[in-house]
Design a binder for this molecule. Sequence first.
Ligand code: IMP
Length: 184
Amino acid sequence: MTDLQIITSNNGKLREFKEIFGDSKYIPVQNNIDYPEIQASSLEEVVDFGLDWLQKTTKPPFVIDDSGVFIDFFNGFPGVYTRYIYDTIGLNGVLRQMEDVEDRKCTFRCVLGLLTESGEKQKFVGECSGTLIKELRGKGGFGYDPIFIPHGFEKTFAELSSDEKNSISHRGKAMRKLIDFLLK
Ligand code: IMP
């Protein structure tokens, strides 16, 4: 078994890493070190900067995760600002901004950045499309899960079991690509 550092202070993300890595030969271990998240136009740029910054201070291998929700009606906003919006106006504020919006389609994206033991950088991307509903439903998951219904389902991410969420989620998809890479 090999430890793999996951650099995050988000316990929801860490839980999903542990669930998805399951009984692969890697054990996700949390590292709470804070790194700057730059203002950029894509999650990929945020991850590239994070990997470069952390390379100077932290011994690899490690993984970082930058995620966001891209709402069609707002031309992809909040995207890279997803956490800021969550921390400022919260889910109720998002629902208020969307009160009269009919087109509620959106896509969750997750970009995972890996720095390997030999200093190689890799990124893995996963996406999950769906709609934002008009109220909060469900107690599971974290973040925007209570207002997001993935395409083809009737339950929110917060109402689905964690296995169901992980099997279709942006993070689940990105993480399975990461695991395939690690096992090669
Ligand atoms: P960051 O990746 O730490 O910048 O956070 C992005 C924002 O997206 C945070 O507000 C998270 O709560 C939210 N988020 C990331 N992944 C998920 C998810 O799987 N479900 C719901 N919200 C998420």
